[in-house]
Design a protein. Sequence first.
Lengths: 485, 495, 95
Amino acid sequence: MSDITKQSLTELVKNIKSKKLSSTDVTKAFIERSEKSKELNAYITEDFKSALNKAKKFDQKPNLDLKLPGIPMAVKDLFCTKNIKTTAGSKILNNFVPTYESTVTENIWNEGAILLGKLNCDEFAMGSSNETSFFGNVQNPIDKNLVPGGSSGGSASAVAGQLTPITIGTDTGGSIRQPASFTGIVGLKPTYGSCSRYGIVAFASSLDQAGPMAQNVKDCALLQEVISSYDPKDSTSIDFKRNQYSKELTNNIKGKKIGIPKEYRVDGMPKEIEDLWQKGIQYVKDCGAETVDISLPHTSYALPTYYIVAPAEASSNLARYDGVKYGFRAKGENLIDMYEKTRSEGFGAEVQRRIMIGTYVLSSGYYDAYYLKAQKVRKLIKNDFDDAYKKVDAILTPSTPSSAFKIGEKTDDPVSMYLNDIFTVPVNLAGLPGISIPAGHDSNGYPLGLQIIGKAFDEQNILNIAFAMEEKINFKNKITDWWIK
Amino acid sequence: MDKVTKKNLEYLINRKDNQYEVVIGLEVHAQVLSESKLFSTSATKFGAEPNTQVSLVDAAFPGMLPVINEFCVKQAIKTGIGLNAKINKRSVFDRKNYFYADLPQGYQISQFKDPIVGEGKVILDMPDGQKEVGIERLHLEQDAGKSIHDLDPQNTFVDLNRSGVALMEIVSKPDLRSPDEVSAYIKKLRSIMRYLGTCDGNMQEGSLRADVNVSVRTKGSKEFGTRCEIKNVNSIKFMQMAIEYEANRQVDLIEEGKSIDQETRLFDTKKNETRSMRSKEDAHDYRYFPDPDLLPLEVSDDFVNELKNDIPELPDDKKKRFIDEFKLSPYEATILVSDIDTAKYFEEVVAKMGKNKDIKLAVNWITGELFAVLNNKNLEISQSPVSAKNLAILVNLIKNGTISGKIAKTIFELMLDGDKDPQKIVEEKGLKQESDPKAIEALIDKIINDNREKAIEYKQGKEKLFGFFVGQAMKASGGKANPQLINEILKKKLQ
Amino acid sequence: MSIDLKTIKHISKLSRISVDEKRAQKLAGDLNSIFDFIEKLNELKTDNVKPLTSVAVTTLRLRPDEVKSKNIREQIVKNSPQDNEDYFVVPKVIE
């Protein structure tokens, strides 16, 4: 069956449950396609042999009551996986093999899924183009030499290129939604506290969230249902009533009020983004929802705030990579010399840059001016959303200010790279759920995404809106398989 | 308080015409008594094989997260209550960032701006009266691991068993003025925490150690001098030695017209001197910020009140009660309450003595014979070879005249071997005191008869001979005759 | 505001990442352009705003005092760069 990899998760689950397909058939198909897709550089670690064994084992005694019965999938290499190398895209963890499993991946395996391998990402999830990975950049299946976005670039590329039916990424400032938008797939960043952070290599603890990436909204809903759980091992995990997101999914969004924030109309935004947004507004209206003009006055302060908060937390979170307990160690004359060489050789340029920014904003004499200030502005940004949600049920914006750019185009200018996340970062700062769905193409045929931002814990609502819009948009991703010789 | 006495007890450093006062503040690190660590579920037992009590969280593996131990929070609050301190309903855990081999996370989780316990006080009993020492704050934090430098010439070995164990840092105000006050303060803190069961206070095992802040100023000055912090001193004796050395060093610098650098110093116990730890100085920017893996710790009134109800009688109250109820002197009461096990022992003796009891006598036996034995054998009172019950019986035997004090000492020696019942010893060895006046009279009659000449000499005025007759009577009775009766009857017979 | 080489050296020391002269130059340039962009926050008056440290709408949960993690020394030292069955081993610490 050559079209297996074209099937959505929902179709695959249906076909496995009805025994039209075995887990082995499906796993084989994705492995074969992955083998042919090395040029995308989506994988850091492949675990194909063992995946096939697991699939065979599954088929011998298939438990078809599970939500992901025998479904193969690759995951971002930021999730610790027991006995499988976990690198976070960094040289400093190049040889690190965890003896434990992240809660999110544990939830996935418990529902019957099978690990294909670990997907490339920006080093420690710091990047918007997957160009900071120690394991090389990732190609966008849309076009050669196009970035897939980042930091979950390998994940986005793998789903769009059909190397895996679904995947999980992590999103600290847009790392799921921006690459989803760049590759024409669906990506959800859940509410902070929805998915456990236990076992995920930390970037910025107050912002990091794991989330699903998939071909369509329904698949995304199903995966969210699997990964979201209350976890006592994470003090910031929140115990709230979680929906059966895929079962409760509906395209009936009649009467929903959708906010359109004027501040997202930024200077220099290409006309095609503006047009896409207008089209999106029309779609939600067509679905029976109502749009309301709203204001999120502190939007333009989100990115500067983010570039204080995230590096500050990262500078501390990454202090544990010191060559003592695990990972890479450089030779040093003494302890301090070893530290300095290990971290200098082990971390790439972007990670070092962010550690330096974070160290600086927390250092004596600058804390109040930067870190404290940023926390205060973060409060204002959250207040903006709280005010808006008194009037609306959700907010519709573009996902990114542009479509995917060329590899190398922005590597020399960190600030222009950071601007990629201008529409996604406020959502992380406020801890809200946000979903990016593919909504159109630019003049090059590159995909463009729209973002729906929800109230905290209201994933079901934004999934429903996305689901309704998806039907209207009827997006077709232009994948030419250019990399398959 | 007598002013002259106080002046005599003042700790001053004299140089030429100048007198200097020493100002000391302590940051005591007390290990919280708990089964598991502050933010992880590994054990806290002392003396385990290296790295056998280390979880993935303690070793800071990627993606590991802290989850706080409720009991440690309760222990800190209880200690705060014991220090008469303000309990903060909301406190925040911060990260203190620095690199060290035995600090796996690259930061220590501590409380910086908002500690769990605020201002409080402790009362010290000094020879010249009571002294109040202010407590600035108490906060919870993680202990670090241990670096071992002497196993290998090229390498340092790291044991993380202690990494993540809960510590209470108790910061005093700069209210201490002498090494003796420091000793009294540490002992008092230790005593309070042992009463509360929040810290075992074992300094040999490192459960209690302190950073000592020392400055000097000319006597009468209101300004504080520049202080130096002596890190991680782990015995009272060393604290006192370090303060003495450091204060004199600072005074010498002032006398030479030099300035004192505010710095961290190390006490070298072998050379008995403090040394600058300058190497650590350049990295002293800890970049504290609230730990984003943890949320603010909030405790309710009910939570705190329940703990308040759970607080046992503490040394100050117990002392007061001992004085009121048992009519002990303040000195005796202080000795008995200073350690919870001593107080427990004493109270058990009192309880077992029953109605007709002689508490003074019991106190004398505890602080006299028993303490001497414990001291000799280097035992804690909790390991006492003589149980409170048997000591109570012994004291009662003296009190009701069954045995003399002298015989009691013999019996006490015998009791040490296997905590024997003194009553049984008396019976087995026939050591019961002879208190029958007729029997003693007969005995004395015989002695006077055998020593007629001496009896006459006595009657003629050689009164010294009275002792001879007492001795003879005692000897004849095998030491068992009631000495009071001997005295009475002898006096009558020799008139 | 301007971040000079001395500041770069200082923060590289604090963050235990050695940087050579060339790297330091590049970092100074990068950080200056990033901080120019961050300075935008100074447009806002925030004197009366309470800082937001976490968006999690809950308070700290307390776990029972139970020992659950057993002796896993083998796992703990398994990944360490210098082999030793009992300890983590690092180059000599110079005090």
